[in-house]
Design a protein around this ligand. Structure first.
Ligand SMILES: *Cc1c(COP(=O)(O)O)cnc(C)c1O
Length: 482
């Protein structure tokens, strides 16, 4: 293999011989940066260290501890085989800039995953470079700008999105230099066509839409939406974070979308959270291929190689070729599941969500705003709990912790008051779903004082969440603790 030759023993001794000095980290550091006295590290015995880290790991909660129905995040089971394979030395020891003839396997995976995503989404071309959904959005908007400028259409500086949009949509649009125009949804919880018609103009660059939207509702007017957007000369952007609802059933490319991003870490199985790791591949229709980031991986005869020859490309969006370990995991996941498996994934995800929704709403303890039928996730409201018992969505979420359960997403989408956004995913059993439902019903009937003071059984109680975000303590001073 080509990798890491620089640390090989023979090379090291060769270096030592020729330099006639000991090749240590110290010898290659400038004097001014070298330490004068040994570092003051506490001495703790191995047993204590082991127990400390074991205890920390047990305080953590993940999909391996229990259900994790964090709406919009698709916290599904991630097959261990994917983790195992992406850690193979054949992948991890590669250098991103070694000669392409020596990384044919990895290039083949990139190439083939792009083709698989085209098939799943109905798009023509893909790039795997963006490192997250949000970066995929940003990439898509740069492509949008390049497209309009290419057509000498310089006056389009507006991006329209519905009020159910994920916060990254307006943020990405603003970062790409666009004015953001938000339109209110209908009483059904879908795009208001009349509103859309009103705001579409020769200034519209694109309309960004999630389908099914963040309420879990499928935008059934999608073909009419696509027609209106295209008639106005704008592009239609698909936020693919909810792809887990429709795989093998419907394709954004067939609905009329021009650009899509897919969150590989959500739909295609990478353990994620706390900001990473992720990948947000972007797919486009053929007319937009010329603007995709470089390099593209192409196949020439039997050889995979990089092609930088796209003069109208928006350029590079991330170092090297994307978040390779996430890409490998998605590739293996798709191969493992197969076409029918992916379709079944969506069917079970939708069934699980609607099962939970029905049981919760039938209880009348939680309310369901907007349309009845949901896809893979649903949003219920604690408004009645608040008005009758003073219990808020946040209190319910905190009380779930006492039962050892991870809470759903709260207070999103913004248009639902006291929102609990639940996405069970396909990987939970009926027994687990029933237990979660029963716990939510129980909490709604508990003594309000108990719920409002929750959690009672966790290591820390209510934390200052704003303080943690605004004034994070990111360093630990060794000396203070000794
Ligand atoms: C998660 C999510 C995003 C952003 O994706 P990241 O990968 O977290 O950057 C965008 N839109 C929706 C609807 C999402 O759920």
């Amino acid at each position: 293999m080509y990798h890491s030759a620089i640390w090989d023993e023979p090379l090291l001794s060769e270096l030592q011989d020729t330099k006639k000095e000991k090749f240590t980290t110290k010898s290659i550091l400038p004097k001014s940066l070298q330490r004068n006295s040994p570092v003051d590290i506490p001495t703790i015995d191995e047993t204590l260290v082991m127990r400390h880290f074991m205890r920390l790991s047990q305080m953590n909660y993940g999909i391996e501890s229990g259900i994790y129905p964090l709406g919009s995040c698709t916290m599904k089971y991630n097959p261990k085989i994917c983790e195992e394979i992406c850690r193979w030395e054949q992948f991890t020891m590669l250098h991103p800039y070694q000669d392409e003839t020596t990384i044919q396997g990895t290039l083949q995976i990139i190439y083939e995953l792009e083709r698989m995503l085209c098939e799943i989404t109905g798009m023509d071309q893909f790039t795997l470079q963006p490192a997250a959904g949000a970066q995929g959005e940003f990439t898509g908007l740069l492509i949008t700008r390049a497209y309009h400028e290419h057509r000498k259409d310089f006056n389009r500086d507006e991006v329209i999105l519905p009020d159910t949009a994920h916060g990254t949509n307006p943020a990405s649009a603003a970062m790409a230099g666009y004015k953001v125009i938000e339109i209110p949804s209908t009483k059904e919880g879908t795009v208001d066509l009349e509103m859309l018609k009103k705001v579409l103009s020769e200034k519209t660059a694109c309309f960004m839409l999630t389908n099914p939207n963040t309420l879990g509702i499928f935008e059934s007017d999608i073909t009419e939406i696509a027609r209106l957007v295209h008639e106005a000369g704008a592009l239609l952007y698909y936020d693919g974070a909810n792809m887990n609802a429709i795989m093998g059933k419907a394709r954004p490319g067939d609905m009329g979308f021009d650009i899509v991003h897919i969150n590989l870490h959500k739909t295609f199985s990478t353990p994620h959270g706390g900001g990473g790791p992720g990948a947000g591949p972007v797919g486009v229709k053929q007319k937009l291929e010329r603007f995709l980031p470089v390099p593209r991986v192409v196949k020439k005869q039997h050889q995979f190689c990089f092609n930088y020859d796209y003069p109208e490309s928006i350029g590079k969006i991330k170092a090297t070729y994307g978040n390779i370990s996430v890409i490998i995991k998605a590739y293996i996941y798709i191969l493992l599941m197969g076409g029918n498996g992916l379709k079944e994934t969506s069917e079970v995800a939708v069934l699980n969500a609607n099962y939970m929704k029905k049981k919760l709403v039938d209880s009348s303890l939680y309310q369901l705003p907007y349309r009845e039928l949901r896809k893979h996730e649903f949003v219920i409201s604690c408004e009645q709990l608040l008005s009758t018992k003073g219990i808020r969505a946040l209190d319910v979420a905190k009380r779930l912790l006492d039962y050892g359960l991870h809470p759903p997403t709260v207070y999103f989408p913004l248009i639902v008051k006291e929102a609990l956004m639940i996405e069970p995913t396909e990987s939970e059993s009926k027994k687990t779903l029933d237990e979660y439902i029963e716990t939510l019903l129980k909490i709604a009937q508990e003594d309000p004082a108990l719920v409002k003071d929750a959690p009672h059984n966790t290591t820390v109680q209510r934390i200052d969440e704003i303080g943690a975000v605004k004034n994070p303590i990111l360093t630990w001073k060794l000396a203070d603790k000794l």
